[in-house]
Write a protein that binds this ligand. Structure first.
Ligand code: ZN
Length: 432
């Protein structure tokens, strides 16, 4: 496996603490999720805690204190417990944790209720997502109560609650080199697994079999697994945007939409291709596929530093509207279709979302100054599509029961953009 640069947790924390200034932040671990009874899902760490500390196990609370001179990074972690460790694996004691994670102090989690409020009461703003953890909710409420009293007497004390995303989102949207290395690897694994799985797309094959080929391709190449529920949608199933039952057999004339991505080192890839079961396509459905490919090219050309996600979407929508007019699905001209938003009946979603630790990664698309400008290091998807649900297209009924989407992962660079998933043709066979 490729050698990966270490993630710069210390440098990130220095920036977080600087931006917190007179405030603090509380990041609890994500809870363990159960399937039905008491079987645990494979653990997925909280992205913000992971980003700030590298902690990837359950049951932890990180406290960051930008206002303080000491104990600026404090961890509360589970204690050693031979019985629990037999079931869920070895734990480190607080001293080891402190060393390994570069914390100023580490305490047993059971001391959180007692020590937490005192650690937080001194700053002005506590960055914490209320409701994230019952234990932390109590600690933060008590810190605010003490902070109000302190403020009344001394003029300073915690009295504002803010979202951790106010500090972290802007950092997470610009990927550092170590993150980009992981995302390229997630993209490479996903492209290679698609290459394994696409030959499985044939009439009579179950959607689940294509899913199995893809996901086995992820795991065999060292991915943690799928970053989200794999979609293999044949025929009209592709018109349901989040179809993931993958329980139908592929029909002889179906177009098959496959939306999947590997997670590698906790970073996601997110790729879609739509291929015909019989390996060829003609008539109106061929035109529709060509339209989505033109929209893809136009949108990719708009991915550059200084551009915006809205411009990328605009470029895709223009190509989609022109294609719809060309196919006779809607009456032109295309400019009017766009102005009246008539293309949205067949292309209802956005062209892009941020991609990173989360498949729909954190980060604003607009801020107080208008649309967020694309910068080197930002990673977004480009995923134009066309969907003709049954009964939706009386002017070209041949298109009904067809959903097409083509999705790639794009890194904005100094020069323009790197399509990290370029290794996978947008058509089928040798078609780019
Ligand atoms: Zn996507």
């Amino acid at each position: 496996m490729t050698e990966l640069p270490p993630l710069p947790f210390q440098a990130r924390r220095d920036i977080i603490l600087f931006r917190l200034a007179g405030g603090s932040m509380v990041l609890p671990a994500a809870p363990v999720q159960f399937m039905g009874g008491d079987s645990e899902y494979r653990y997925r760490p909280d992205s913000e805690l992971l980003y700030a500390t590298g902690w990837a196990a359950p049951s932890c609370v990180a406290v960051l204190r930008g206002f303080a001179d000491e104990d600026r990074f404090v961890l509360f972690v589970p204690e050693r417990d031979a019985k629990a460790e037999l079931w869920t694996g070895p734990r480190a004691d607080p001293e080891e944790v402190k060393e390994r994670f570069g914390a100023d102090a580490a305490h047993p989690l059971r001391e959180l209720a007692e020590k937490g409020p005192g650690l937080l009461a001194g700053g002005d703003t506590i960055h914490y997502r209320l409701g994230a953890s019952a234990g932390c909710d109590g600690v933060v409420r008590e810190a605010l109560r003490r902070g109000r009293l302190r403020r009344a007497r001394k003029g300073a004390g915690a009295h504002v609650l803010a979202d951790p995303g106010a500090v972290l989102d802007e950092m997470r949207v610009r990927k550092d080199d170590a993150e980009i290395a992981r995302m390229r690897e997630a993209a490479r694994i996903t492209v290679d697994a698609f290459r394994d799985a696409l030959p499985e797309v044939r009439p009579g094959v179950g959607e689940w079999e294509v899913e199995a080929a893809l996901e086995s391709g992820f795991r065999r190449r060292g991915a943690g697994g799928p970053a989200f529920a794999t979609i293999v949608a044949a025929g009209a199933n592709a018109c349901t945007l989040h179809y993931s039952a993958n329980g139908s057999r592929i029909g002889p004339d179906d177009l098959v939409l496959i939306d999947a991505g590997a997670e590698f080192g906790w970073y996601a890839a997110d790729v879609t291709r739509t291929v015909p079961a019989r390996g060829r396509l003609d008539g109106a459905r061929r035109e529709a596929h060509d339209t989505v490919r033109r929209a893809r090219r136009a949108a990719l050309a708009a991915c550059r530093p200084g551009g915006t996600v809205e411009e990328v979407h605009g470029a895709a929508c223009r190509a989609i509207a022109e294609g719809l007019v060309g196919m006779g699905v809607v009456e032109g001209p295309a400019g009017e279709v766009l102005a009246e938003k008539r293309h949205q009946a067949f292309y209802p979603h956005q062209t892009s979302h941020w991609l990173g630790l989360d498949t729909h990664d954190s980060g604003l698309y607009r801020d107080g100054d208008g649309p967020v400008r694309l910068e080197p290091g930002m990673v977004l998807t480009v995923e134009p599509g066309l969907y003709f649900a049954p009964g939706s297209c009386p002017r070209v009924p041949e298109l009904e029961g067809t959903g097409i989407r083509i999705e790639d992962d794009v890194l904005i660079t100094d020069e323009g953009a790197e399509v990290m998933t370029e290794g996978l043709p947008a058509g089928w066979g040798t078609e780019g």
